[in-house]
Design a protein around this ligand. Structure first.
Ligand code: F6P
Length: 342
């Protein structure tokens, strides 16, 4: 049996730990051969492949990024892309393909399986944690740790100068990183894409925090936007199905807070720091378990399936179902953490 592996979409910590677990179990337990496809679907389309053996995965468990490279290439947007992937995999005698990716990459896997019979198994990853059908996506825990550590540090400098510190975290469509790191880091305001915010309310929270002699920390997801349509900085590009993130919402917010409250404000954009570096112990654990179960799906011929975390169990769900909708922050959860605002 020969198994292909690829990592697609935006990177996150823990991808290498999945690759290692797949190869270790596949070689040691089942005697399979592995081929890595470089740069996501691009390598599958262009037949850019590397051998993956035990030696190739040695020492990669704690390494961030992906040894296979990644891209956001969509073969369904390329002439004959799906057909080329099918032909390349057949020529290499690949019997199963493990696809480690987010909603876009796995959406392609679902279609390749349903429409072209390409035997795919999915592993869900994104620091945003917004994939439906799994309690956690790979990379989220590390990103929350990174953001929380940053917020902890920003408290002390904010207090020294009695300034507002606005921290912009990632989260285009869902505020999971903002809400988890904001709660863990003791933020005084948390703004998420699911709940358009009222600038006057934000300023009222900031002011009340100063009145209590504290320097406020405002955590804002990069996809959060104000309620007032006139305040939205950038609109979706015409013909672009994916919402364009508000670039610079953190800086914009700091300027508005300064103008409206008269208090000094600074912004820290955490950006790609949240995607880089070594995975947390939880993400290494999750990655390893996802990898071990993914290779078992291949062994069982259970294609069109994605591994997912439910409670403490790893389960199998149809990829098509898992990629059909986003997992966003429940308004009740947002209301629950709102007790700490202001
Ligand atoms: O991984 C998803 C994400 O973290 C979003 O939250 C963020 O808006 C985006 O990546 C930015 O990624 P890039 O700069 O690589 O396009």
């Amino acid at each position: 049996m020969r198994v292909g592996v690829l990592t697609g979409g935006r990177d996150c910590p823990g991808l290498n730990a999945v690759i290692r677990a797949i190869v270790r179990k596949g070689v040691q337990e089942y005697g399979y051969d592995f081929t890595g496809l470089r740069d996501g679907w691009l390598g599958a389309m262009e037949d850019d492949a590397v051998p993956l053996d035990i030696r190739a995965v040695r020492g990669i468990l704690p390494r961030g990024g992906t040894v296979l490279g990644s891209s956001r290439t969509d073969p369904f947007k390329q002439e004959g892309g799906a057909r080329r992937i099918k032909e390349n995999l057949a020529a290499r005698e690949i019997d199963g393909l493990i696809v480690i990716g987010g909603a876009d990459t796995l959406g392609v896997a679902a279609r390749l399986w349903a429409e072209h019979g390409v035997p795919c198994v999915g592993v869900p990853k994104t620091i945003d944690n917004d994939m439906f059908a799994t309690d956690r996506t790979l990379g989220f825990d590390t990103a929350v740790n990174t953001a929380t550590a940053a917020i902890d540090r920003l408290h002390t400098t904010a207090e020294s100068h009695m300034r507002v510190l606005v921290v912009e975290v990632m989260g285009r469509n869902a505020g999971w990183i903002a809400i988890h790191s904001g709660l863990a880091g003791g933020a005084n305001v948390i703004l998420i894409p699911e709940q358009p915010f009222d600038l006057d309310q934000v300023c009222a929270w900031v002011t009340s925090r100063f009145r209590a002699s504290y320097a406020p920390i405002v955590v804002v997801a990069d996809g959060a936007r104000p309620k007032d349509a006139d305040l939205v900085l950038r609109h979706d590009a015409p013909g672009n199905a994916e919402p364009v993130p508000l670039s610079g919402v953190g800086e914009w917010l700091a300027r508005e807070i300064e103008k409206r409250t008269g208090k000094e404000a600074r912004t820290t954009v955490l950006g790609h720091l949240q995607r880089g570096g070594t995975p947390s112990p939880f993400d290494r654990w999750l990655a390893t378990r996802f990898g071990l179960h993914a290779i078992d799906c291949v062994r069982d011929g259970d294609f069109g399936t994605m591994v997912a975390l439910r409670g403490t169990d790893i389960v199998r769900v149809p990829i098509a179902e898992a990629t059909a909708r986003l997992k966003t922050v429940d308004p009740k959860l947002y209301e629950e953490v709102g007790v700490f605002f202001g």
